[in-house]
Structures are given as C-alpha cells and as structure tokens.
Ligand binder design. Structure first.
Ligand SMILES: [Zn+2]
Length: 282
C-alpha cells in the first residue's frame, strides 16, 4: 500500500526566530535574512515526511503574496515533492488539500486579538474576528475545518505558544511544535534552531507513521450548515461586505452568512474579506 500523501501549508509568522513585521514583508530589508529560516523549516518537514514513508508531498506557500518559497529551494528533495506558488488561489492557504491523507500547518500564528502572540492576525489586518458556528477561530481553525471537510486530519502544527494554546483544545491529537514563546506581538524568547528543527522532524515523522498505521488524529469536522461570522476593524469594511448575497449585519462591525458546508463557508470568508478590505482605519 502506498504511504500517506502529505500536504504542507507553510506560513511565516510562526517560524522559529522571527518576531517582527519587518522580517515578514518582502519589501522590508530584514525579509531576505528571515526567509532562509522558512525554507529550512519547510525542507526539514518535507525530508522527514519522505523518510517516514510518504508517497507524495505537496507544499503550499501560504504567506503574504505566497512567493516566499522559490522553485530552486526544492532542489535535492525527492522529485515527487511539488510546490504551489503564487496568490489568487481559490482556497488560498488550503489550496490543493484535496487528495491528501494528512495536512501539516507549519509556521502558523494565533488569531487576531490574541495577547502575547507574534503578529496575531487572521488573514489580513482588516479582520477583527472570525467565528464558525459561534466558535472563534483564526487561520489554523479555518484551515483545519476546511481540511476536515475534505476528510483530512491535521498531523502537525507549528508556531508560538499562543498558537498552541489556541489550537490544542480542538486539535488535541495533533503533533505540535512550539517554535518560540511570545512576550508580546513583536518579541519572543526563541527556542534554539537545532531544537526547533529536531522537533519538527520528529513531529512530521510521527504524524506520517501514525497515519500509515491508521492511528492518526481524526479529521476536524464541523456540523452543517456552517454559520460564518466575520468582524471587520472598520464599519466601512462591514458596509461593503454587506454586498455579499445573504449577508446579515450582526452589529456595527460584524456580518454573518450561513453556508451549506465548510468549503462554501471558506469561500464566503474569502469573498467577504475581499469586499470589505482595503480601507484606512480612519
Ligand atoms: Zn503569514
């Protein structure tokens, strides 16, 4: 029987060593010094997945403009390793999930509004909060429920301790690697890189082996229909998001839509965000 097919969504804010927005934005000078850390963690996890018996590995660049991981950075990895590069994808951070047996979320971060969390946000700075059927979620929760909709469990999550605190209650069986301990939005106590890489490698191996034995975590499945609540930072964002068919206004900054399933809720989230994004905060 072929080994598990592994999907890896890689964000940047939860990568070890990185704490400040100047390290996360390609137009900033610090970015080129921080990008190798993202590449190194991606390669560590990919190599471990292959070594543990994966039959396919697909990496989805999930940060900012999604051009952080370059083509030549796959060199030396098994040829069946593929990379989704670029933005405008239908499912963005979850693009390409279908057809895999396990998903890894590497370099993830806590949701908007979390204290003591590196660069807490949910997709963009315009989002105040997101809830699914009344449960507040960030990117990790949105993507975990999307994976669950396709029958795919989350095998590994990595990020700061605030992400662990957020995700552990609903991803209790998932392997988790804490890469740093945030002191605030822009500072952290850093775990040694050798330790981060070793823990990532071990977590990825265990996750693939558990899936292969049929002892992996269960997919995170949300009851349907799915009510998506999206709060914007400004009422102007909310005004424009109300153009979405069926949107109901919950309060000044919040809209709500009810969708038949999680994939539709994810698409609604992305569409509402496009409608309600891009306004100055004042
Ligand atoms: Zn990011």
């Amino acid at each position: 029987m072929p080994g598990p097919r592994v999907y890896i969504s890689v964000d940047m804010e939860g990568i070890g060593g990185l704490v400040d927005r100047r390290q996360f934005l390609p137009e900033e000078r610090e970015y080129e010094r921080s990008r190798p850390h993202m590449i190194r963690e991606m390669r560590t996890v990919v190599e471990a997945a292959w070594a543990a018996g994966a039959s396919r590995v697909l990496v989805n660049d999930s940060h900012d403009g999604m051009l952080n991981l370059a083509y030549d950075e796959l060199e030396g990895l098994p040829p069946a390793t593929e990379l989704i590069s670029g933005t405008g994808k239908r499912l963005q951070m979850g693009e390409g999930l279908v057809g895999h047996d396990v998903a890894f979320f590497i370099g993830y971060h806590a949701r908007a509004g979390t204290a003591g969390a590196i660069m807490d946000h949910t997709y963009t700075g315009d989002v105040h909060h997101v809830a699914l059927n009344g449960q507040e979620v960030g990117e990790c929760g949105l993507n975990a429920y999307l994976a669950g909709h396709f029958g795919i469990p989350v095998g590994v999550v990595s990020g700061d301790q605030a992400l662990y605190d957020e995700a552990h209650p609903y991803l209790g069986e998932t392997e988790f690697v804490v890469t740093k301990w945030a002191l605030g939005r822009k500072s952290a106590r850093l775990k040694h890189p050798d330790l981060v890489h070793r823990e990532l490698s071990e977590a990825a191996s265990r996750a693939v082996e558990r899936i292969a034995r049929g002892q992996g975590p269960k997919p995170l499945v949300i009851p349907t229909p799915v009510t998506l609540e999206l709060g914007f930072m400004t009422t102007q964002g909310t005004d424009l998001a109300m153009l979405y068919p069926g949107a109901a206004r919950v309060d000044g900054r919040t809209v709500e839509v009810t969708c038949p399933d999680m994939e539709q809720a994810y698409l609604a989230f992305r569409a509402l965000l496009r409608l309600g994004t891009g306004f100055p905060l004042y």
